[in-house]
Design a protein around this ligand. Sequence first.
Ligand code: PEP
Ligand code: MN
Length: 334
Amino acid sequence: MVVLLKSNTDMAQREQLIQWLRGMNLDVHVTEGKLQTILGLVGDTSAIDIDLIQALDIVDTVKRIQEPYKKANRRFHPDPTVIQVGDMKAGGGNFAMIAGPCSVESEEQILSVAQSVKAAGATMLRGGAFKPRTSPYAFQGLHNRGIELLLEAKKVTGLPIVTEIMDLSQLPLFEEVDMIQVGARNMQNFTLLRELGKLNKPILLKRGLSSTIDELLMSAEYIMAGGNEEIILCERGIRTFETHTRNTLDLSAIPVLKELTHLPVVIDPSHSTGYARFVRPMSRAAAAAGADGLIIEVHNNPSAALCDGPQSLTPDAYKEVAGDVGRILEAMRV
Ligand code: PEP
Ligand code: MN
């Protein structure tokens, strides 16, 4: 971190700042310029509140040289992290195909979807049991019964399962869940993230609706700081002024994240576009742009779905997408 002081700073104030920084276990290198003085800070600056320094009378500008996330940072962990659950592998050249309905609705529905996505090549089953709905009157999910049904579908198909946790009180129900999803709305629920950091279970962390890539990485850091380093990041579209899609899929997040972190990155073309017909082109694009997987909503009868029907693929349409993605990945290998 570099702190540029204003010209003609008061020496006593300057000395006070230097002593305070040294007290934070940092080496402070002072460079006297003709007009201004630069303080170069060496050491772990991740706990320093940059705004606090910026607000001091004697400070002109503060600049971080190193990102405040350590464990998620590719700089300190150049090899890609591979997350594996059963046959689902994401990262390091492995592509995860996660698919299933937005919400678990019934035994018949989840078994039917699970079997068809498995036949199409899915490696993990998704399905919401606790649903974060905008309206309190909309279907909220089957809760513990939903998780029971997912476990039943896992038994029948052998597919590992991922489902969303909305609140810490639900955690005991997630004992047998293979991967826990943190939804976009909870990306900055730091209490929840800290608790998930104590688990020995992979986390699918979705990017918040209005969160920057750095904020997503800081949320991953919250989980990793507690010891749980098994995280898959998910870009699921962000809020923009565009109205033709439900959100705007930030595909450039793939190469940006690849540069910044070693964690795998999957794309959700369902929530990002909001329309089933846009899922296929965006899935192709995500595979071509270097994503480590896709999480796609599939329903056996989208027009009757209790949640997110318009963006849900039929099993046949999913098969087409999976075929396309397989061919793109194959072409990229040669
Ligand atoms: C979901 O995956 O069903 C979901 C609610 O996603 P998001 O948190 O990205 O909106
Ligand atoms: Mn959904």
